[in-house]
Design a protein around this ligand. Structure first.
Ligand code: AMP
Ligand code: MG
Length: 357
């Protein structure tokens, strides 16, 4: 029997998404060198960006390609860490008013983040970091901040005040930023580019549930990616896809239950400084650009279904799967026929969002 892509499935279901080959066939007793490269992926698993990262190359790759991709992700982690005193983000956050020289990757990520903040009318905003800290999501020491405290912190979250200039970034006083909602997506873009530049034609990168797919399965069929159920363990459905990024934001990823019995999750509405309460409990974005998928997964979670649909109709380059708190699933028309509910989710209504209403 064809080996299941074992370690990936086990780990990925746990963190959000699972990927499987979706094809079964008998292994020949002996396999040629060519076939060997198809049957036995080169794999790498390591911890970076606060999550487990797995790279599996099925076709066209060599160890050097994985080394280079892993080295790149490690370097990006060191640039964007909010806690590493040597990171570029740490330097910006701790030297307000001072132009901090940054690498090309950080400059591009900051430029893109500001662009997405503008496009989403602030639903996505990397400057909410002090609020994320105030709720205790960075340390696990959870608390419910008073409205006055939230108001004070919100008054320093105006992303329009960030200055990008000649390879430097300057933050205004009291602002701190964090690329937690977009960095892994961009790392997926850059790591996939590295693999492709080494001739890789079939691979999966899994950055803590953010999945980047290169090409197709080694047997040329589409990859089958499991979308984590927001209701509990396991998948709510599978998506057939190729050569794209699939990124989910979910309230279930990090949350606490307050003394008032309410659940508070880590995705904040930058208008209120409180956990987003938009009616969406999981947003998955599928597209060609990881950084866009990542920023949008967070933004759609904040925007809610109405604004998310409107955004999709007026912007190109992505499809989405939204799950609402009244137990409905909405997929955009580009995913029609490619998303299938899992057995456990049978019965949940799935609606298709169309361009023309
Ligand atoms: P993601 O899993 O990509 O949705 O990213 C969530 C993380 O981004 C959170 O853990 C926060 O660190 C940060 N964050 C929370 N709310 C927002 C927001 N509205 N815009 C940008 N980043 C956010
Ligand atoms: Mg995101």
């Amino acid at each position: 029997m064809k080996r299941a892509y074992g370690c990936l499935i086990a780990a990925a279901v746990f963190i959000g998404l699972s990927v499987s080959g979706g094809h079964k066939r008998m292994l020949p007793a002996t396999i040629s060198q060519e076939e060997q490269s198809l049957e036995t992926p080169l794999t790498r698993e390591f911890f970076a960006m606060n999550t487990m990262i797995q790279v599996e190359v099925y076709d066209g790759g060599k160890e050097e390609a994985l080394d280079e991709a892993a080295e790149l992700i490690g370097r990006l982690d060191r640039l964007w860490s909010v806690t590493d005193e040597n990171s570029e983000v740490y330097a910006m956050n701790h030297h307000p008013g001072v132009p901090v020289p940054v690498s090309g990757e950080t400059g591009e990520l900051a430029r893109f983040s500001l662009y997405m903040a503008q496009e989403t009318k602030g639903a996505f905003n990397t400057a909410v970091y002090p609020l994320v800290k105030a709720w205790g999501f960075t340390t696990g020491q959870y608390r419910i901040p008073e409205d006055g405290e939230l108001g004070e912190l919100l008054s320093h979250s105006h992303y329009q005040e960030v200055k990008l200039n000649n390879g430097t970034i300057t933050l205004p006083k009291q602002m701190e930023i964090d690329f937690g909602a977009v960095g892994k997506g961009y790392a997926g873009d850059l790591a996939a580019q590295v693999l492709k530049s080494h001739g890789v034609r079939s691979a999966i990168l899994n950055l803590g549930g953010n999945v980047s797919l290169i090409g197709r399965n080694p047997d040329k069929s589409l990859w089958k990616v499991g979308i984590r159920s927001p209701y509990g363990e396991g998948t709510m459905g599978t998506l057939e896809a190729e050569d794209c990024h699939i990124i989910t934001s979910g309230g279930y990823e990090r949350y606490f239950t307050g003394e008032d019995g309410r659940v508070y999750w880590h995705i904040l509405d930058p208008e209120t400084g409180k956990p987003a309460d938009s009616g969406i409990i999981s947003a998955t974005i599928v597209g060609r650009e990881g950084k866009m998928c990542d920023a949008l997964s967070t933004a759609m979670f904040v925007m809610g279904r109405g604004r998310a649909e409107e955004y999709w109709r007026t912007h190109e380059g992505f499809e989405m799967i939204l799950v609402t708190d009244d137990n409905e699933i909405y997929i955009t028309e580009g995913l029609e026929g490619r998303f299938r509910l899992s057995e456990a989710s049978r019965g949940i209504p799935v609606f298709v969002i169309r361009r023309e209403v």
